[in-house]
Ligand binder design. Structure first.
Ligand SMILES: NC(=O)c1ccc[n+]([C@@H]2O[C@H](COP(=O)([O-])OP(=O)(O)OC[C@H]3O[C@@H](n4cnc5c(N)ncnc54)[C@H](OP(=O)(O)O)[C@@H]3O)[C@@H](O)[C@H]2O)c1
Length: 281
């Protein structure tokens, strides 16, 4: 099995790179400095020459607030780039694995966690561009797996745990939102479950998160306690931060469909955080 990874220097791309290196898999991996997925000609050329069996797209424009003032960049990577991958996957008969986001939901559901049957209603430019990316895949190939993730943390600096620990170094009192609720999800879990899904030839759209759910405040409190930090946390409404991009208040997704289909269990987010802290911090 030959794999081709895009977005290889991001949190998830690195986790796949480490896993494939450890397992001696046949893979090639590129980031934006080598191949920009929105460059159609280069992407087509590369895919036609490598002829991978599986393309894993970890590339994305993830700057949720910056996307509000740079919608072109967000749509270029998250929609046009993804469309390129879908079209070429279809042409060369490759299986396309792509990652979506819980931010496709508006947070207004009041009857439980979001499932794959719930209708998206993205609130921000970032979320709209990611949702359009999902549609581009469905329009251009049948041979795909879209896994929607939430609050991803792994080996990188674009994640909440890293930022929290930096804030905690500089400030004794920290204000953290209590009214943003989702599921912290470890890249390690994502790679493990993606691999299981590939082995079982899973296709279609699924939610993939660690188990459980938490507010940002609960997540922060857990991390600081585990790190023996004595900072004081104030639970505050996310509205006080006045961030440019609207975020859903409650976007926690259920992983029941993927766990039932694959007949597996996924670790709770607290265990995943413990694992992450012992591995990377
Ligand atoms: N991070 C989260 O909390 C979160 C939540 C839900 C879903 N997701 C989804 O999960 C997936 C993996 O996220 P992640 O956290 O690993 O992201 P990440 O750390 O931001 O990595 C994304 C990588 O893709 C690169 N990239 C951006 N545009 C590209 C392009 N046009 N062509 C090629 N590479 C490009 C980025 O390079 P630069 O850094 O130089 O731009 C970066 O190295 C993404 O689909 C993301 O949308 C993430």
């Amino acid at each position: 099995m030959k794999y081709l990874i895009f977005g290889s220097k991001g949190q998830l791309g690195k986790e796949f790179g480490n896993y494939f290196t450890k397992t001696n898999a046949d893979f090639k991996a590129f980031d934006i400095d080598e191949i920009d997925i929105s460059n159609r000609d280069e992407v087509y050329l590369l895919c036609r020459s490598i002829k991978p069996d599986i393309i894993i797209n970890c590339a994305a424009y993830n700057l949720v607030d910056n996307a509000e003032t740079n919608p072109k960049d967000a749509f270029k990577s998250n929609s046009s780039g993804v469309e390129n991958l879908a079209v070429i996957s279809n042409e060369i008969n490759a299986f396309l694995i792509h990652y979506g986001t819980d931010y496709v939901f508006d947070g207004k559901k009041e009857t439980g966690l979001y499932t794959e049957n719930d209708e998206p209603n993205p609130l921000s430019i970032y979320a709209k561009s990611k949702y359009e990316g999902e549609q581009k895949i469905k329009d251009n190939t049948d041979n795909y797996l879209i896994l929607r993730l939430s609050w991803v943390f792994g080996n990188g600096q674009q994640n909440f745990i890293y930022k929290l620990l930096q804030w905690a170094e500089k400030n004794h009192f920290l204000k953290i939102a209590f009214d943003e609720v989702s599921v912290p999800t470890f890249t390690n879990t994502v790679v493990e479950i993606t691999t299981k899904a590939v082995n079982k030839q899973l296709k279609g759209l699924f939610h993939l998160t660690n188990s459980g759910y938490a507010s940002r405040y609960e997540w922060a409190k857990y991390v600081l306690r585990k790190m023996n930090k004595k900072n004081i946390l104030y639970p505050v409404s996310k509205d006080i931060f006045n961030l440019p991009a609207k975020r859903p208040g409650f976007s926690a997704m259920s992983n029941d469909l993927i766990t039932d289909t694959l007949k597996i269990e996924i670790p709770f987010w607290e265990d995943a955080v413990d694992n992450f802290l012992s591995k990377y911090i």
